[in-house]
Design a protein around this ligand. Sequence first.
Ligand code: 13P
Length: 253
Amino acid sequence: MARKFFVGGNWKCNGTLEEVKKLVSTLNAAEVPSEDVVEVVVSPPFVFLALVKSLLRSDFAVSAQNCWVRKGGAFTGEISAEMLVNLNIPWVILGHSERRLILKEVNEFVADKVTYALGQGLKVIACVGETLEQREAGDTMNVVSEQTKAIAEKVKDWSNIVVAYEPVWAIGTGRVATPAQAQEVHSELRNWLKVNVSPEVAESTRIIYGGSVNAGNCVELAQQPDVDGFLVGGASLKAEFVDIIKSATTKQG
Ligand code: 13P
């Protein structure tokens, strides 16, 4: 079965109430391919999740940007997976490089979060990706496969996971991976899943690309056979996100 194109908008730590309402109105008014062609998920900061969920069109879903690693309790400042489930938030982004690098979330901690969130019934956008230093040292696949392996060691069912390959050097820099660079890592990652998890999981798991995706570069990236969609940062705060959603049609026919 073909992998459905997936476009996620990671709003990161951005937005005022007014800006969020405006962005949702823009999305609600947009003409985009049908749900059969593309799955669209937007990820506002925690404080806007309930509002966005209440206002957003029903064919788009919402995602949190993080959640606590285990059951909630005395963990000041954290948000638990149970709370997201309670609010009917279906998705969570875990292991984003901004959390790995700035908040020092290591592979095993991210894998524990993924496992716990899946166990609570959430769907997970699990992020992996190398730094520029690691790429230049020729370590890209080692890094990405170690990050994926930590998850694969704990998770048995991959049906609710989307893997986001986000090279750190491409995030927020305007320096997008070339289509060939993205395809190379996506294809190797898929092969890693084939060898280390199963051919079925490799075939069905969506591997999406993130890092300076915009309206101008999305079509060429989407044409790559192993690029199953995008996780968009900066451009997801603008009307151009709609054009990125439309790049899903590239996969048709
Ligand atoms: P940019 O699209 O701003 O480079 O961010 C990508 C990203 O980190 C999405 O999670």
